[in-house]
Design a protein. Structure first.
Ligand code: NAD
Length: 500
């Protein structure tokens, strides 16, 4: 009991105790024990964070982009120096392996690196002589206070999709972390201050719906970035839009991977194994459905895949050679087990049953593999967010494409094939925001942007890359004329460029 650490929020670069009644217990999913607690941020705490961020806004936007970039160069160095410590914080609270935690830190770091070139990204267009003696240019200006609400499953990478871009663009930021895995995001905030960020530019809180509602409704908050589940994201999108904010809400998924008859099945099998069961399936880009084209493809694939699923090395993040850690909570484990029961009850064939894998008292599950899954079953339709893979058999490529395109989600989709025509057709016609060809988890790198389609994203902007820069800035177009270019007399008619 005594070694449970109490976490604090960070407002104006200072640690602050939350004032809400609710206290969150943070578990180590590998042991099932509480390791940290945090008293939630109250509505007043969030208001204070927003007001501080607003007060610092004018001064921060006046800092030149190259000075902002200099701070981010320092930040990059600090993250590299602290990678082991950050990875420990992630794995202790999430359960993923240390190498996987380091992988997400590296992906977040790429966004920081992208932001060190903010000068270049904010470079504008200039057109001389849009009309006689008249020039036009574009500016991208910061919005003011922006806010981010992040999920439990990427405690480093997802926050880093947001605040480095927003802050590099000259905004101030209020970050609301997941109550399940907040320690890494709090430490990353401290490192921003060590890197030279002025106080109050990034304020980081842990809280629930009451805290989020303040962010969505407060008139000083100009933009909301959300990453999390679809029901929450959809309601956040509605509420924040109603309050005239920009919103990008990146949500749940059901990512399909098509295996064509000509695919290299060994390559496909290894790819599927990592993509379906890595991080215990708790990734928004995890592959949760494999569509096999032709029965022979299905038989051969399952023959290779099933023993590997059975033999997955499940254990705590710090144990040697572990491939898959626990799921994040007992609630998650119960929900996943419930889905497996539904799959069995609805008639799918449970080839590998991961329900009985127990490793100490943690929230462990083994990998589960279903064959003969039908598109009407709940294990096919819903996001399970656990180590459960469904195989759906179809006869033709066109059936596979039609299935994906009629699914409610459209985050990622992949095809495994040697046929360039099929791959190209798939890339052009599949209804998903991120597509892989012989790449199972096609997460775009930092200079590209991340975002799904359909019920995987509400709002029009994907996150990070140039989409992120556009999301966190407003376009202004300036048209100039100097005295030497002024024409005689008033003009009462609207002038086209060539007439003026
Ligand atoms: P979640 O929706 O439960 O929580 C996300 C955030 O919203 C957390 O900060 C949480 O505190 C807050 N929240 C929860 N309920 C709320 C409510 N009623 N009102 C206001 N705020 C609320 O999601 P999670 O379980 O933390 O994360 C897993 C989900 O996130 C999965 O659905 C996964 O697919 C999705 N995800 C999507 C992406 C993507 O880029 N599309 C990336 C990572 C995770």
């Amino acid at each position: 009991m005594n070694d449970v650490i109490e976490l604090k929020h960070i407002i104006d670069a200072q640690p602050v105790k939350g004032r809400a009644d609710e206290v969150y217990s943070i578990y180590n999913p590998a042991t099932g024990k509480i390791i940290r607690r945090v008293q939630a941020a109250s509505a007043d705490d969030v208001r204070l964070a927003i007001e501080v961020a607003h007060e610092r806004s004018e001064a921060w936007r006046a800092v030149t982009p190259s000075k902002r970039a200099q701070m981010l160069f320092n930040y990059r160095q600090l993250i590299i120096q602290h990678t082991d410590e950050l990875a420990q914080l992630i794995s202790q609270e999430h359960g993923k392996t240390i190498d996987d935690a380091k992988g997400e830190i590296a992906r977040g770091l790429e966004v920081v690196e992208f932001c060190t070139a903010i000068n270049n990204h904010l470079k504008s267009d200039f057109t001389a002589e849009v009309s006689s003696g008249i020039d036009s240019y574009n500016l991208r200006q910061p919005l003011g206070v922006c806010a981010g609400i992040t999920p439990f499953n990427f405690p480093a990478m997802v926050p880093m999709w947001m605040y480095p871009v927003a802050i590099a663009c000259g905004n101030t930021f209020v970050l609301k972390l997941s109550e399940k895995t907040p320690s890494c995001g709090l430490r990353l905030t401290e490192l921003m201050y060590e890197a030279g960020l002025p106080a109050g530019v990034l304020n980081t809180l842990v809280g629930g719906k009451a805290a989020v509602d303040v962010l969505l409704q407060h008139p000083l908050v100009k933009a909301i970035s959300f990453v999390g589940s679809t029901p929450v994201g959809e309601s956040i999108y509605r509420e924040a839009s109603h309050h005239h904010k920009r919103v990008q809400a990146l949500c749940g998924a059901k990512n399909h991977l098509v295996v064509m008859p000509d695919a290299d099945l060994t390559q496909a099998c290894d790819a599927i194994l990592g993509a379906a069961y890595g991080s215990a399936g708790e990734r928004c880009m995890a592959v949760s459905v494999v569509i096999t084209v032709g029965d022979e493809t299905a038989e051969q694939l399952i023959e290779q895949l099933a023993p590997k699923v059975q033999q997955l090395r499940v254990g705590a993040y710090h144990e040697k050679d572990v491939e898959m850690g626990p799921v994040v909570s007992q609630d998650s484990k119960n929900r996943i087990v419930d889905y497996i029961e539904q799959g069995v009850a609805q008639g799918a064939t449970l080839k590998i049953d991961g329900r009985d894998t127990s490793v100490g008292k943690g929230f462990f599950l083994g990998g589960s593999l279903f064959d003969h899954v039908q598109p009407t079953m709940s294990i096919y339709l819903d996001e399970i967010f656990g180590p459960v893979l469904s195989i759906v058999r179809v006869k033709e490529y066109a059936d596979a494409l039609a299935l994906i395109n009629t699914h409610a989600y459209g985050n990622g989709a992949a095809i495994f094939t040697r046929d360039g025509d099929a791959a190209r057709h798939f890339s052009m016609h599949v209804e998903a925001g991120m597509v892989g060809v012989n790449v199972p988890i096609p997460v775009p790198v930092a200079m590209h942007s991340f975002g799904g389609w359909k019920r995987s994203l509400f709002g029009s902007a994907a996150i990070h890359g140039m989409e992120g820069v556009r999301f966190y800035t407003r376009l202004k177009t300036v048209t100039t004329r100097w005295p030497s270019g002024i024409r005689q007399g008033a003009q009462f008619n609207f002038q086209g460029g060539k007439d003026a």
